[in-house]
Design a protein around this ligand. Structure first.
Ligand code: XMP
Length: 315
């Protein structure tokens, strides 16, 4: 613990010396941005403006939970509903890298508007080591342009401050626990949100289907873990695939899409093994997904790929 508190003190000191004017941070409610926000808030107090951007790609009930969490920590959080902008700019964009670029760019545009309002000179980001390593920061090929890294336009007019740049996920989790951040036990969630879990067209209705499927996976896996049926995986979710197959509802033939359930164990997200989820749990998940999304989804599959060669997310 001593070591974690020293890391915290050092990070706060560094932020104090880096930030001498108004700063802005995008708070998603996830561990990385929440830790960065709390550290920066401790370092510079009201110089920090925390903004939550509702992209339209958040999980079920997430926006409300994040607002509540910040209110409880006594940190002001401005909620901006930018979903219309995100959906319209992503119309017809299906290439995973192109999606990430558009999302990163839209984020920055939203911030520029917020920056103009609060006059921020600095942009604090919760980028952690795997984000920039996998975005080509090291010697390796680009695997994915992680949100907050590869998605940044070159003409950004803010000084970027990244207090967690050298940390891995497990270290950030430890810091979050020490700082008593409520989301410290939450599973990781990608910056671009459900946008990278909806393969193909990003329509509001397809994103909603993915949101519902993710919620079902989360509920059943958490229930099973609480009942001691299996361990709670490191990360577990659903993705919607633009793969149509023939199915049947009553007497009717349906041509619906496919949901893939993904659950992995991992230490830091750099490598992962698929979780051996008991069949009973998977059956419940499959039944609820196909019942709830009747007509839209008629097939549920389980991903048994490790990382490598697969990545954790599908895009
Ligand atoms: P992959 O899919 O690359 O994911 O194996 C590794 C871990 O990173 C999360 N992830 C992201 N996190 N911005 C983030 O902050 C992103 O753009 C992003 N893409 C993936 C993923 O959920 C997993 O935990």
């Amino acid at each position: 613990m001593m070591q974690t508190s020293m890391l915290i003190d050092e990070a706060i000191e560094a932020l104090e010396s880096q930030i001498d004017d108004t700063a802005i941070i995008a708070c998603s409610g996830g561990i990385d941005s929440s830790v960065a926000a709390v550290l920066a808030h401790r370092a510079v107090g009201s110089l920090l403006h925390c903004v939550y951007v509702d992209t339209g790609f958040m999980r079920m009930g997430e926006s409300e939970e994040v607002a509540e969490m910040f209110a409880e920590m006594g940190i002001d959080l401005k909620v901006v509903d930018a979903s219309e902008k995100f959906f319209s700019n992503l119309e017809g964009v299906t290439d995973p890298e192109a999606k990430r670029k558009v999302i990163g760019e839209q984020f920055i545009r939203v911030f520029e508007e917020e920056q103009a309002l609060c006059g921020a000179k600095y942009l604090v980001q919760g980028t952690i080591a795997p984000d920039w390593i996998e975005s080509g920061g090291g010697e390796r090929d680009v695997i994915k342009s992680h949100h907050n890294v590869g998605g940044l336009p070159e003409d950004v007019d803010l000084i970027i401050v990244e207090p967690l740049r050298e940390f891995y996920k497990d270290e950030v989790r430890q810091i979050a626990r020490e700082l008593k951040i409520k989301s410290s036990e939450r599973q990781p969630f990608p910056g671009p949100g459900l946008a990278v879990r909806v393969l193909g067209d990003l329509t509001r209705s397809r994103v909603e289907s993915c949101r519902i499927a993710c919620d079902i996976v989360e509920r059943h896996f958490q229930e099973a873990a609480a009942a001691g049926i299996c361990d709670l995986p490191w990360q577990y979710f659903a993705a919607l695939l633009p793969v149509r197959s023939v199915g049947v509802h009553g007497d009717a033939r349906v041509h619906g899409e496919t949901v893939v359930v993904r659950a992995v164990t991992s230490l830091d997200g750099m490598s992962a093994r698929y979780s051996p989820i008991p069949h009973d749990v998977l059956t419940k998940v499959s039944t609820e997904i196909t019942n709830t999304l009747k007509g839209e989804v008629n097939r549920v599959v389980y991903d048994i790929t490790n990382k490598p060669p697969g990545t954790i997310e599908w895009e």
